[in-house]
Design a protein. Structure first.
Length: 365
């Protein structure tokens, strides 16, 4: 069924003023369209630094407006792709004179065009279209392709809250969240008969629940980002002398990230302990004069493969090492003197787009 165009839609849209924005692009391929960024300045938009919450598929705006009233110190950005519907939502916010809610007309796949990474404190998915035919599952807002977008937009440890009346869609969402590494919690198979507090009822929710249908609800916590870490920094005894190092602030890192240990020199086939080595004229030479470049290069390739397998975009590597040193390495005289340059692994990871930090720079991650 096609929705009829509402009367005076253009003038009504104009009268919504600052409450309604529209994202448009001539590029209909969202894979290339999202490469063109035009980020919203949330501080300028809302006039404050309060956290921003995102509702995708906001309908006529009842949920977003009620949440804005309940949480005046939160900002709400509500997205809807149907012009007929979102204009009514913006009118509601304008009439209620709500300063902390704005509406955007666009599809969810285009969100990365105007929302900066890690800028959203939480996402609400209320009664999204279930697209029951399996052929259209990629259109479901809990499909893996959308979860990847949400993962980029959300702050660390943020959650997605989903509500639906469709049992099969809910089961699909549970499976998809879990398969993609999200931690699902606070699951309710009958929301209105549960002890979950502060449930703001949407238009659809009122309709379905009044007909006796159960409302399904879940929360999904954003998966931790994987970071590659020199395993000697994690206390693992793999240094050339059989010892280990320590990493200050490790507890905080482990709270927010999954630490993926790596020792390129071990991966390259070198033993523990081993003869110390340094970079001399682009080759890795140990203290006995033996060329071990091949081992270091093999270990670097293995470290890169590990980073790609776990989707690591960052690495914390041991400073000055001929493998892991970044910016400075030992100068090849075995006298603890340093020179500018990168270790073999650090150089390869950087050339493949991975951001490198040493153990003293973790505050900048």
């Amino acid at each position: 069924m096609r929705m009829r165009k509402k009367k005076h839609l253009e003038s009504r849209t104009e009268n919504c003023g600052e409450y309604l924005m529209s994202f448009t692009t001539e590029d209909k391929n969202f894979n290339t369209a999202v490469l063109n960024k035009d980020y919203i300045d949330f501080k300028e938009l809302f006039g404050n630094d309060n956290p921003v919450y995102l509702e995708i598929g906001c309908g006529k705006g009842q949920f977003a407006c009620e949440m804005a009233k309940l949480h005046p110190n939160w900002n709400f950005l509500a997205v809807e792709k149907v012009q007929n519907v979102i204009v009514a939502a913006a009118e509601k916010a304008r009439n209620d004179e709500l300063p902390n809610v704005r509406f955007v007309k666009c599809g969810a796949e285009y969100l990365p065009c105007f929302i900066p990474d890690k800028s959203i404190a939480g996402i609400y998915l209320n009664f999204s279209c279930p697209y029951p035919k399996n052929a259209y599952k990629s259109h479901r807002l809990t499909n893996e392709r959308f979860l990847k977008i949400y993962n980029e937009l959300l702050m660390d440890n943020a959650i997605i809250c989903q509500k639906t009346d469709n049992m099969h869609f809910f089961e699909y969402s549970l499976e998809e969240f879990s398969r993609c590494g999200w931690r699902v919690e606070n699951i309710s198979l009958d929301l209105h008969n549960s002890d979950i507090e502060e449930n703001v009822v949407t238009e659809y929710e009122h309709r379905f629940s009044s007909q006796g249908f159960p409302i399904y609800r879940l929360e999904a916590k954003k998966p931790k980002e994987n970071i590659l870490v020199s395993q000697c920094l994690l206390g693992i005894k793999c240094k050339y002398d059989g010892g280990a190092n320590s990493l200050e602030g490790r507890e905080v890192l482990e709270k927010n990230y999954n630490l993926i240990p790596v020792c390129p020199e071990c991966l390259g086939g070198l033993p523990i302990p081993r003869v110390p080595a340094e970079i001399v004229d682009g080759r890795v030479i140990n203290k006995n004069g033996e060329d071990v470049t091949e081992n270091f290069e093999r270990g670097a390739e293995s470290a890169l493969m590990l980073a790609k397998t776990f989707g690591c975009k960052k690495a914390i590597l041991k400073s000055n090492s001929p493998s892991c040193g970044y910016g400075q390495v030992y100068d090849g005289t075995f006298s603890h003197k340093k020179k500018e340059g990168n270790g073999i692994t650090a150089d390869l990871l950087e050339r493949n787009g991975i951001m490198i930090y040493n153990e003293k720079q973790i505050g900048g991650i």
